[in-house]
Each structure stands twice: as structure tokens, then as C-alpha cells.
Ligand binder design. Structure first.
Ligand SMILES: NC(=O)c1ccc[n+]([C@@H]2O[C@H](COP(=O)([O-])OP(=O)(O)OC[C@H]3O[C@@H](n4cnc5c(N)ncnc54)[C@H](O)[C@@H]3O)[C@@H](O)[C@H]2O)c1
Length: 398
């Protein structure tokens, strides 16, 4: 079957060869622990032949019963309640940090110092200063590093970048991005690390905003100044502990920001945990000289595209393109066109990219987000919070 007609080669057409094994040490067994473990298990037979075969050496968490169960469920050889054992384990080459934001810096730095390649969930850190210390550690250690901005690995988003890079769209005038969820609205919901500045750094900004800030940098370029506003509507939440009462909730429930990019494009960012009806609505529109692109994560196999010279002019307008052909990014690994993929597949693509960088000594940038990208992202998040606090426009300086 030819890629040109949009069918994939399907697995089995190429020989496996001798893929090296990469030992994985995973910190965290909950949401991201599950998403990453799923990717490790699927990668060797879907990204075929695999660039490397992940060996699930050990997983770390704080609760022994739960981490033992996670090791059994996902197939890790060992479990531990002390992440330092991952850092010391010679069978581990990649330290995968899927812990909460306050567990990113110390373990990731220790892993780099022990010579492990480091993959860390986003946001890289709770502040630009903390992110900078992580960047310095991985650079000094000379290890490969990547931040889990997984939306860079949605085929439709890679396709959008290719269109922008080709110059076909011409000059970019507008970037408009929202990342909207609704799960924070119930005042009776017990608190978690996500509602507390100590462990989280920020709220909707670091959690959701960091993703759309990364996409803006990936697709449009560097912001040069930002102006932001942030709001916290529920300031106390149940502790969730028996007799624990109410505890402060001191992060932003939502933020909005204006941005100016190098080259003069104007943009907006908005993220909220209070957008009634919105589940995981990560959406952007880019308006350019020759056309526009619109994307919505809840329809992640599609791009809405407008070309100003489309013929016939009588039917010119935004049209919907299904990004599932064999010639679209990553699609040759999946299914015949129209047999769509989902959110979890972005993690498979990003780990394949990271393993390729390790095994073949390639650069993680520009398609993957490095700790440099994580640091720059944190500078922009800090600037938005500073602007919200002071009412001033803040220049971005790295
Ligand atoms: N890329 C994405 O789309 C995406 C989505 C969700 C979360 N995240 C990020 O992933 C990270 C984790 O989020 P989550 O939703 O998986 O959180 P979670 O609360 O579901 O899981 C956190 C895990 O870390 C473990 N943990 C906490 N402190 C630890 C410590 N000191 N030592 C060892 N283990 C520890 C917990 O036991 C738990 O297993 C966060 O930085 C978050 O922002 C990214």
C-alpha cells in the first residue's frame, strides 16, 4: 500500500532489527505514571521497528501499597518509596519524572548528576529560578533532557508547524489560544496539590497555560512582552483529611494574558478551571497573511484551515481537514486514514522522539521541548503573574 493514497504500511512490513534496551525509572504512578507507562508498553510494537525498547526497571511513589500495586499493574520489575533508589540504580538510563511540580527539581537534578537522561513533566518547575537550576544541572551533566509538552506531538499540530515553516501561510498576525476545563468549580471538592502554591507554583497558569504558551513558542515564536490578569474565586477548600477542616486555596483559578511576539504578531492566552461545560478544551487559532489555522484538542485529528485564494471563490471558507493520511506526521505508525488516534498517543510519539535523541545522539529540539524550553516557559508564566500583581506590561527576558 502506498503512503500517497493515505494508507499506512501497518506493522510487520519492516524487520525489527536489534533495538537497544533503555532502562526506565518512573517517579509517580497516578495520572502521568499511567499515561507514560502506557506509552512505554505500546511504543515497541507500534513505532515499529522501535528506536529503543523501554525496560520498566522501577517505579517510585510515596504509598507502599499503592506503588506495589502500580508496579504489578504496569509491569515494573521493582518498586520503591524513595526516588533516590531510582537515581542510584545502574539499570536505569532514563529518569522519568511524573511527580507533582514540587517533586520536579530535586529528583531531576539528582538524576542528571548521576548521569541519567531526564524526562520531566510540565511545567518544568514552580518558578523560572527553579527551572533555571534544572537547566543548569542537565547541561552540566551533558545528559539528554526533555519536558513533557506532549501537544507538540499531536500529528495535526506538527502539520500546522510544517505549514507555518513552509512559508505558505505567510506572515503571522494573530495567535489566540484558550485552555479551558471545568473541574475546579465544585467548592465541596477536597483540595489537592494543584490548588496550593507551595507544591504547584501556580494554578491554571502552570497547569494549563504552560501548554498553550509552549504551543505559541512552538508555532509562532518568542513572546517579547505580556500583560496578564489572574483570579482566584474559591480561596478555601476542604482538606480532605478527617477533622482537617478548610485549607487555603491560593493559586489562580483562571488567567488571561495579552502577548506580543518577536516579529510583531499579537496574541492572547486564557486558561481556566472554571469554564462550565469545557472538559479539556485546548484550542488555538492562527491568522496569517495567506490563511488561517484552527485546532481543538477535543477533535485532535482535525485542523480547520482557510486559504485566501481557494477556488472557486463561491465556496471559499474554513474547511475541515482530517490529519490522518500516511503522509501526515507519525501516521505511518498507525492505522488506515480516518481511523483516528487519541490523547494517549501523543505520549508514545514524544517518548519515541526522546529515545531517538538518546540512541542516535540527536537533538531533542526543535520538535521536542528541552529544559531550555521549560525554563523559557517558566519565565513567561512568572511574567504573567507579575503583570497580574502589578498591573504593568512585563518585558520577557531570558
Ligand atoms: N502532559 C500533560 O498533559 C499532563 C497532564 C496532567 C499532569 N501533568 C503534569 O504531570 C505531573 C504529575 O501530575 P499528575 O496529574 O500525574 O499528578 P497525580 O497527583 O495524579 O500523581 C502524582 C504522583 O506523584 C507521586 N509523588 C508525589 N510526591 C512524591 C515524592 N516525593 N516521591 C515520589 N512520588 C511522589 C504521587 O504518589 C503520585 O503517584 C505534574 O507536574 C502535572 O503538571 C501533565
Amino acid at each position: 500500500m502506498s503512503e500517497e493514497v493515505g494508507f499506512t504500511r501497518m506493522a510487520g512490513e519492516r524487520a525489527a532489527g536489534d533495538a537497544p534496551t533503555i532502562g526506565i525509572g518512573m517517579l509517580g504512578y497516578a495520572f502521568m505514571g499511567k499515561a507514560h507507562s502506557n506509552a512505554f508498553k505500546t511504543l515497541p510494537y507500534m513505532m515499529y521497528p522501535p528506536v529503543a525498547i523501554p525496560r520498566l526497571v522501577a517505579i517510585a511513589g510515596r504509598n507502599e501499597d499503592a506503588v506495589r500495586e502500580a508496579a504489578r499493574r504496569y509491569g515494573y520489575e521493582k518498586y520503591t518509596t524513595d526516588w533516590r533508589q531510582l537515581v542510584e540504580d545502574p539499570a536505569i538510563q532514563v529518569f522519568d519524572n511524573g511527580g507533582p511540580n514540587d517533586a520536579h527539581a530535586e529528583p531531576s537534578i539528582a538524576a542528571a548528576q548521576a548521569g541519567k537522561h531526564v524526562f520531566c513533566e510540565k511545567p518544568l518547575a514552580r518558578s523560572a529560578e527553579e527551572a533555571r537550576s534544572m537547566l543548569e544541572a542537565v547541561e552540566k551533566a551533558g545528559v539528554k533532557h526533555m519536558v513533557a509538552f506532549n501537544y507538540r506531538f499531536v500529528p495535526a499540530i506538527v502539520q500546522a508547524r510544517r505549514l507555518l515553516e513552509s512559508g505558505a501561510l505567510g506572515r503571522v498576525y494573530h495567535w489566540r489560544a484558550v485552555y479551558l476545563q471545568e473541574w475546579g468549580m465544585d467548592p465541596a471538592m477536597p483540595t489537592s496539590w494543584r490548588f496550593q502554591k507551595g507544591p504547584a507554583g501556580s494554578g491554571a497558569l502552570g497547569d494549563l497555560g504552560s501548554h498553550i504558551i509552549d504551543l505559541a513558542r512552538f508555532l509562532v515564536g518568542e513572546p517579547v512582552k505580556v500583560m496578564g490578569m489572574a483570579q482566584t474565586w474559591i480561596t478555601r477548600r476542604p482538606s480532605g483529611e478527617p477533622g482537617g477542616g478548610m485549607v487555603p486555596s491560593d493559586v489562580d483559578d483562571a488567567f488571561t494574558a495579552l502577548v506580543e511576539f518577536e516579529g510583531g504578531a499579537l496574541g492572547t492566552f486564557e486558561a481556566s478551571r472554571f469554564a462550565q461545560g469545557r472538559k479539556n478544551y485546548n484550542s488555538f487559532e492562527i491568522n496569517c497573511e495567506n490563511g488561517s489555522i484552527h485546532f481543538n484538542l477535543e477533535r485532535l485529528n482535525e485542523l480547520d484551515v482557510y486559504w485566501k485564494d481557494d477556488a472557486p471563490r463561491e465556496t471559499r471558507g474554513f474547511h475541515n481537514a482530517l490529519i490522518t493520511e500516511g503522509f501526515h506526521p507519525y501516521w505511518s505508525n498507525w492505522w488506515p486514514h480516518g481511523h483516528i488516534i487519541g490523547w494517549e498517543h501523543t505520549f508514545i510519539h514524544e517518548f519515541h522522539h526522546f529515545f531517538d535523541a538518546i540512541v542516535n545522539n540527536k537533538s531533542v529540539a526543535p520538535y521536542g521541548a528541552t529544559f531550555e524550553d521549560g525554563y523559557r516557559n517558566a519565565v513567561i508564566c512568572d511574567a504573567i503573574l507579575e503583570s497580574a500583581r502589578t498591573g504593568r506590561t512585563i518585558d520577557i527576558r531570558y
